[in-house]
Design a protein around this ligand. Sequence first.
Ligand SMILES: [Zn+2]
Length: 466
Amino acid sequence: MAAAVIGVANGVCQSYLNHESVRETRELVAELCRHFYTQGWVSGTGGSISIKVHDDSIPKSQQLIVMSPSGVQKERMIPEDMYVLSSAGSIISAPSAKPYPHKPPKCTDCAPLFMKAFEMRNAGAVIHSHGMESCLVTMIQPFSKEFRITHMEMIKGIDGHGYYDELVVPIIENTAHEGELTESLSEAIQAYPKTTAVLVRNHGIYVWGDSWIRAKTQAECYHYLFDAAIKLYQLGLDWSTPSHGPIQRVFDGQRNINMAVNAGVQNLNNALELSCVEEDLHQGVAGAVPIPTNDAGKDEVIAYLVANVEAMIKADRKITGLKQLQGHIWRTGFQNNELKGVVFEDVPDALQKWHAMGIKVYIYSSGSREAQRLLFGNSNYGDLRKFLCGFFDTTVGNKKETQSYFEISQSLGVDEPSDILFVTDVFQEAVAAKGAGLEVIISVRPGNAPLPENHGFKTVQSFVEI
Ligand SMILES: [Zn+2]
């Protein structure tokens, strides 16, 4: 046998090392490592497995634990490469060192973490996976302390759960060194008495069961459910509700903010685009506040959200996420008849006239398409959408960039960009549209910024003049 025996402290345990059950468990760990490698759970030397030796001839107090070493290619391990630990976590048997370029063996960095599951949950086996789905699922909800999912058949594969149950998996924050996770892992195990797994953000997952089979099959179910959540997220569907309907991105009042916060604030991330917040902070945008730390409470996250939305509105940030948020607020307001789209009095007649002449009219606004439809659908002159052929927003590009107008002329199917007349009250937009070859008229309305001298554009005071 190639395994070197160390650690004389536990002489009794050592006498069991040659048991057939120990040999079989070593083989099992090596075999599972090869299998999990093909699953992507233990690639790049990451991840690990640990299994308690099941042997009725060994007294409970002398139980042995077989553990794969750290920093080695898991798929190439043989039974002799394993560590054997006592139930208290001391090393009973260590593998012998291999020649260069192999590194000397070390007991897995996550040994103390495995020991927590053995001690606190009387686990029979623990799997630590670096499977990508377990990593990504913590990233799509960057503020959430929990992963939640319901109404998925595979939930039944998790101990103590049925189809209708909500599966809740705690998420702990990653640290530079795996061993430093021990405390937060044990806190999570304590706080979630029902859980058989703990996610580590941007890292992976620890899963345990009372046997290696339960640990393995549950790990398979967890990875399946994480994969499902990621795919539903990509489809814009909410995995955490029974209906799996569209992800609720509405912020109409406290209820929805609460919902967003409870749902792990994935909506906040989408709506505000955290990178923009960081950019605002960097540029010193008034009122922008830093993203709260991951252990921030609900109130803190709400305060952050409100402050940054206000700062972004004040700074007139033309970001798609903010426009979506505006659309949601508007939708609620229009639905409740609290809002009306106000258009100048010459607008309805002009739209009707152009429509009658067969001229197609489109709207291009920094307000979202949804907001535009709401505004024109609920105007002070009624529903004006019947005179309109379509809506463009900043998803085609910024209104002050020429490229946006190229995009629009491509979409409209005109022969030449000059077949399009663009009417705006913003000088920079007029310049950008002209750059793309569109005909441009500047509409001069009360309260507009003064135009530069000799700007060269035709102006109108009313759409009647067009
Ligand atoms: Zn790890």
